[in-house]
Each structure stands twice: as C-alpha cells, then as structure tokens.
Ligand binder design. Structure first.
Ligand code: PGA
Length: 255
C-alpha cells in the first residue's frame, strides 16, 4: 500500500509574514489528518520560519527547486546541503522551471541525484504541453521525461521517489485533467516506463501525484483512482481551504 502524499506548491507567493499567518491558520487542522503525508513547499525565504512553526507536527516541508552542487560560484542558487538543514522534500523539474528558466531533463536528472545523495525526497514533475497533448504526444513526452529524469538511479531509489504528473495545460487554468485520463497516463505511461527500466517492485512502490487545477471540489475524484497517490497543489494550497482538500483526499483513500 502506497501512503498518499499531498503537497502544496506555493510558487512565488507569500512574504515571510504571510507564510507565518497561513501556517498558523492551517497547522492544527493539517496535523490532525492521519494516514497521508502532507507537505508545504513555501519559497526559500520562508523555509526557516515555516520550519519553526512545523516543529512538533507531522507536517513535512519542501523547497521548490535546488542546484545540484553542494556549494560554489553559482550566484543566486540554493544547494542540497543548505536545504538538508531545513526540509525533507524538494520539487524538481516543475514545468515553470522548464518553461521559464530553461531547465532540461539533464539538469533535472542531476538535481534528482543530488537530492537523493543528501537525503531529500524529490518530487519530480513531468507532463506534456497543450501542443504536445493536441498532437497526441503525451505518452512519448512523459515517458521520455521519466526515463531522462531517473537515468542512473537504482530501483530502490526510484521506489522512494515522488513523481508528479502535471499536464502543463492544466496548471493554473482551472481546466483539470479527468481522473481517468490522468490515471491512465500515470498507470500506463509512468509506471509502465518504470516497470520496463527498474522492474515491477519499483513501479508498484513509487508514489505518483496528479497536479493541475486541483481543488477541494475535484480532489476526491483523483484520489478515488487507484493509480493516483495524491496531488501537487498550486493555487488551492495558498488558502486555509487546503486543509479541506487534504481531509477529503485522506477520506477518499480510506474508503
Ligand atoms: P495549480 O498548480 O494547482 O495552481 O494548477 C499546480 C502546480 O503547478 O504544481
């Protein structure tokens, strides 16, 4: 049985003061929801403050990006060594990083390896663009992203990952994929690629989230799909209603 995992990707939102307010508002409610991992991913600047607020809770903390080197002349970058002191998770290869900051599959692969080497759990994002979807390339694109991002990992390492399937056209648009379509990509393409490369055990163990316009209104539908283990939530994680979303997710999986 895979333990569900819900993560809130705050993106470039919230000052430290705003982050503190939100975490104070949701901390108790989130902490009370059992049997699912729940993770907050604030911007780098708020990580230390949020870490303090999450002490003595079971709520996880993650960053949204990371460089692969431990240190050096990389102005503006944050290393796995630095994150190790702050959090347990790191989102890697988000489509916004790929689109706006030129992040390649190769860079994502280096980051995944560096995160694992430092004991951080990567949340590896994959997903096709609208043009690729329209051209019927979803399977090819997503399968290649998975293959490239995980290149050189052991089956055990793959088993411990979190992968987020986020169709780019569904992110921030209010146009979520259907659970059936997302579940098919996750089951056939993502787990299928992993079975081929790393074997059945890794494919069965790896947790795969859906992401893209997830709200309290549609989370139940996604969680009811046997191949979907949780969600990476953007906009709906910025408000106290994120607690409702996680609660519905936990209740749905418990059924
Ligand atoms: P969204 O973003 O929930 O606002 O669509 C999801 C994401 O980009 O991780």
């Amino acid at each position: 049985m895979r333990r569900p995992i819900l993560a809130g990707n705050w993106k470039m939102n919230k000052t430290i003061a705003e982050a503190v307010d939100l975490v104070r508002a949701i901390r108790r409610g989130l902490n009370e929801i059992k049997d699912v991992d729940r993770v907050l991913c604030p911007p780098f600047t708020a990580l230390a403050a949020v870490k303090d607020l999450l002490q003595a809770t079971e709520i996880g903390l993650g960053a949204q990006n990371m460089h692969w080197e431990e240190k050096g002349a990389y102005t503006g970058e944050i290393s796995p060594l630095m994150l190790q002191e702050l959090c347990q998770y790191v989102i890697l290869g988000h489509s916004e990083r790929r689109t706006y900051f030129g992040e390649t599959d190769e860079a994502v692969n280096r980051k995944v390896k560096a995160a694992l080497a430092h004991g951080l759990v990567p949340i590896v994002c994959v997903g096709e663009t609208e043009a690729q979807y329209d051209a019927g390339q979803t399977q090819t694109v997503v399968s290649a992203q998975v293959r490239n991002a995980l290149a050189g990992l052991t089956a055990d390492q793959v088993a411990g990952l979190v992968i987020a399937y986020e169709p780019v056209w569904a992110i921030g648009t209010g146009k979520a994929a259907t659970a059936a379509a997302a579940g098919a990509v996750i089951g056939l393409t993502i787990r299928g690629t992993i079975v081929e490369l790393y074997g059945e055990a890794a494919a069965t163990a790896v947790r795969v989230q859906y992401g893209g316009s997830v709200t309290p209104a549609n989370i139940g539908e996604f969680m009811a799909h046997p191949d979907i283990d949780g969600a990476l939530v953007g906009g709906a994680s910025l408000k106290p209603e994120f607690v409702d979303l996680v609660r519905i997710a936990a209740q749905t999986k418990a059924r």
